[in-house]
Design a protein around this ligand. Structure first.
Ligand SMILES: Cc1cc2nc3c(=O)[nH]c(=O)nc-3n(C[C@H](O)[C@H](O)[C@H](O)COP(=O)(O)OP(=O)(O)OC[C@H]3O[C@@H](n4cnc5c(N)ncnc54)[C@H](O)[C@@H]3O)c2cc1C
Length: 239
């Protein structure tokens, strides 16, 4: 594991917000004090959302190259106090957070000969930061594959970015999987776990799983049957 910096208290201001669709909302923050956040791709922020000490954690979606701010991607469906807190923020409103946190980062020991990301829904968030970091900053030449499961094709965001990365970096492969796909959907349909099992799953790759708990358990079981060692399977559960 890379050396991770200790977390610090930050204040930041909401700089931009995009509601892509009912499934995904993006919040972009500009740091005020301190004005620079160094983090390792895959880490998260913990935001203070009430004066009574309630906090919520959100993975950083942006590349570590952007150190004057950070982006979050939210699935608003839980609609609890954290979601409502973000939705009620106006541009310029200040937030307090602790960052960077978490150990869901790429193993840098050199043992992982390829990287396989498996996400459902908003679980893709830390992977965007990791993929941008590996390809654009680290110029990593290993085979890097993203399997991303969504229910409906209309929910998909960032597909242009992922497809462009796949065109520009021959070692990056993007495999969206749609569970409720129309007959025209040309790629894999069903559960991401089923689509994953039709691919080669080398035992010397690192597997990074984020999203629904059932997917994480199913994919872990699948990988175990393929002789992937447990320490090569890295998991992040959002709730
Ligand atoms: C390390 C870490 C990173 C995270 N990163 C992200 C992220 O990048 N984007 C993101 O949207 N969330 C992320 N989460 C989840 C996030 O912290 C909140 O739990 C989520 O935004 C809901 O907060 P809430 O206050 O609105 O709902 P809560 O009051 O926390 O939950 C309301 C209900 O919804 C359920 N629930 C909570 N989260 C989900 C979910 N994701 N899907 C379905 N049901 C849920 C809860 O079990 C509860 O029953 C992360 C969590 C952790 C621990």
């Amino acid at each position: 594991m890379p050396t991770l910096l200790p977390p610090k208290q930050y204040t930041a201001k909401l700089a931009d917000k995009t509601v892509y669709n009912p499934k995904f909302e993006r919040y972009s923050f500009e740091l005020t004090e301190p004005n620079k956040l160094e983090f390792t791709a895959g880490q998260y922020v913990s935001m203070a959302i009430t004066n009574e000490g309630h906090r919520r954690s959100w993975s950083i979606a942006s590349s570590p190259e952007v150190d004057h701010g950070f982006e979050l991607l939210i699935d608003p469906k839980p609609m609890g106090i954290g979601t409502k807190y973000l939705q009620n923020l106006k541009l310029g409103d200040e937030v307090k957070l602790l960052a960077p946190l978490g150990q869901f980062v790429i193993d840098d020991s050199g043992v992982e000969q390829a990287i396989v990301f498996v996400a459902t829904g908003v679980g893709v968030t830390p992977f965007r930061a990791m993929i941008l970091d590996l390809l654009q900053l680290k110029n990593d030449k290993r085979e890097i594959t993203l399997h991303w499961g969504l229910r409906h094709v209309e929910e998909m965001i960032w597909q242009d970015e992922f497809q462009e990365l796949a065109q520009n970096y021959k070692n990056f492969h993007f495999h969206p999987v749609i569970s409720k796909a129309s007959p025209e959907w040309p790629l894999c349909r069903g559960r991401v776990t089923d689509c994953l099992s039709i691919h080669e799953l080398p035992a010397n790759a690192g597997y990074y799983l984020c999203g629904r708990e059932t997917m994480i358990e199913d994919v872990t079981n699948l990988l175990t049957t393929k002789s992937v060692a447990r320490e090569r399977i890295h998991r992040e559960k959002f709730y």
